[in-house]
Design a binder for this molecule. Structure first.
Ligand SMILES: Cc1cc2nc3c(=O)[nH]c(=O)nc-3n(C[C@H](O)[C@H](O)[C@H](O)COP(=O)(O)OP(=O)(O)OC[C@H]3O[C@@H](n4cnc5c(N)ncnc54)[C@H](O)[C@@H]3O)c2cc1C
Length: 259
């Protein structure tokens, strides 16, 4: 691990000044993804800007028709929230107790791991990411493998989840890490049905054919005969693209049944 300067700002504005001061500065939230990367020399920040002093970013509260989840809310805190049970259950199935007690929603979505669970929640629920300078719809937030729409010096402050009529997430989890081999969030919202998949491509994506079918009849059998093409899916030692295509159908049906 290379040497770095450690900072503990007392406000979002102060954190952003520190991030702008060095192109190689990095935000530190729960450290569950960044610290392992630093230990492996896959990340070599000149400065670590810790968010630990920004208590305001920990809030989890209902804000009008939205659930506001502060960027520093841990997975365990979201798992204890009650406004969107399907989101709470998703957070409660991330990793293990240590990861859930340290890892944060802001860190997870900034990292944009293709197998992470929260991307399915953000895209499936039509969330909005608030940063120090703008609001980014979830549909345009995840831009590729470990890539997001964030600028290098941009700080996530919160995620706003519209409260759906109902939703559920079903995951076929990696046996060791619990990351999603395939995870599907299905949500029935005032604006229609949304179906979002994580773990199967470079970033979370929606399945319009499933959304249309569930819009007509919100029941597992409405998905009969709908298959996601395997050729655009990821294939690795955990699952072939054909198996992932099959899992998307199975997980989507389970999520509809649970919702
Ligand atoms: C053993 C293990 C199992 C795991 N299993 C799962 C799993 O099943 N499902 C799952 O989804 N994830 C899983 N994870 C990942 C976990 O959810 C991490 O908590 C998450 O990916 C990173 O969150 P963090 O708060 O620890 O971020 P950090 O590691 O502190 O930071 C990660 C990245 O985000 C940036 N960042 C952090 N906060 C902000 C912010 N507010 N604004 C801008 N940039 C920011 C950092 O600069 C860094 O680039 C697992 C991790 C481990 C170690």
């Amino acid at each position: 691990m290379k040497n770095f300067q450690f900072h503990r700002p007392k406000s979002v504005a102060e954190a952003v000044v520190l991030l702008k001061a060095s192109a190689a500065a990095k935000v530190l939230a729960g450290g569950q993804s960044l610290l392992p990367m630093m230990k492996l020399d896959m990340a070599q920040p000149s400065d670590l800007v810790s968010l630990a002093g920004l208590a305001d970013l920990r809030a989890v509260r209902v804000d009008g028709k939205n659930l506001l989840v502060g960027a520093l809310a841990t997975h365990a805190e979201v798992a204890r929230s009650t406004a969107i049970p399907g989101l709470a259950a998703l957070a409660g199935a991330i990793g293990d107790a240590q990861v859930r007690n340290r890892g944060t929603i802001g860190g997870s979505i900034s990292h944009a791991d293709p197998a992470a669970d929260y991307p399915a929640a953000l895209v499936g629920l039509g969330a909005t990411v608030a940063t120090d300078r703008r609001r980014i719809p979830a549909d345009s937030f995840f831009t590729g493998l470990f890539q997001s729409a964030l600028e290098p010096d941009e700080l996530i402050t919160a995620v706003h989840f519209p409260v759906p009529e109902r939703c559920a997430y079903a995951k076929f989890a990696h046996r060791a890490s619990k990351f999603a081999v395939v995870g599907v969030m299905v949500a029935k919202t005032a604006g229609g049905v949304r179906v979002a998949v994580t773990g199967a491509g470079p970033s979370a994506f929606r399945v319009p054919e499933m959304e249309a079918a569930l819009g007509k009849k919100f029941a597992p059998e409405a998905l009969d005969g709908i298959e996601v093409a395997a050729d655009r899916l990821q294939s690795d030692s955990e699952a072939s693209s054909e198996f992932r295509a099959h899992l998307i159908g199975v997980m989507a049906r389970r999520a509809v049944a649970a919702a």
